[in-house]
Design a protein around this ligand. Sequence first.
Ligand code: SF4
Ligand code: SF4
Length: 346
Amino acid sequence: MESLYDVFRRRGYNRRDFLKSVLLLTASLGLPPSAFARAVKVLDLKPKPVVIWLEFQDCAGCSESFIRSTSILPSDVLLDYISLEYHETLMSPSGFYAEEAKKEAMERYKGEYILIVEGSITPKDKGIYCTVSGKSNVELLKEAAKDAKLVIAVGSCASWGGIPHAEPNPTGAIPVSQVLEGKQVVNIPGCPPIGDVIVALIMGLVITGKAPELDSFGRPKTFYGQTIHDRCYRRPFYNAGKFASSFDDESAKRGYCLYKLGCKGPITRNACATVRWNGGLSFPIQSGHPCFGCSEPDFWDRGFIYSPLSVVEGEFSWKTALAGLAVGTAIGTASALINKKLQEGK
Ligand code: SF4
Ligand code: SF4
């Protein structure tokens, strides 16, 4: 099987492009400079990582995000440098032939393949709400996870139960980790997660040969170690008590903090403020929309998207700004601290 460097050469890229991509990759994973030489060696010689991607109660939005990943490696190499052996949305075979291809891949790459799961699991009523080829989703998940080198739960549905788990949760949706108790599951939450983060984590596994360092919620610390608020470029406005009061007033045009418009950045751990979306172009807050915390557990049930974590009353003035600063900072800090404690499992 081809190595990543072979793929680069076949696509017309030179050695310099390859080294530049590997450098970007190791930097984005937060690996020390000494890891660069090892990464080059591994990606020069090692065959492409084999990936089996299962979808259960999902909308395929995570797959969409994955195939639109752009910033870490040239986009046209993306699907070429991962050997994607099974993916219901992207593969051309269907029915019997698709299932046979999966079975064959699981046997041939036993103990070597990476299993990615998108969507929540429904064990309720013997799993009849989500079946493929006559088998329940629980059975299919256990079968594929048994000989996987690593299981990655991609998206908030797979990580926490997500939208299907929202009240009243008619199918009894649960996260992947709850079915695979005792097996390590890496959670990459987000609705959807950032495609570049998914790719970086797969390549990181290939380079280091092991799962990344995780927090107590099973999330990689490199990308989920800080809140959006910690790295938000609007933070100076928050600290100064300058908040946008509506989406179209003067304060919004000046780029003030979106806390009063419902921003959940202070309690949301993700890399949107640093990695950003669409090849690093932008992220929701940069487009003028508050973060609604899609990567946190139960985000859909935690309150309305446009309800602030605390309410700062009145129109903008020095008086309200100071009140906003006091209330916003106190409650925002408290929320962030509570969240930090929760993440640390204290
Ligand atoms: S996490 Fe969001 S984008 Fe991904 S499958 Fe669930 S609903 Fe769709
Ligand atoms: S509340 Fe939201 S918009 Fe304001 S600084 Fe924090 S993350 Fe940025």
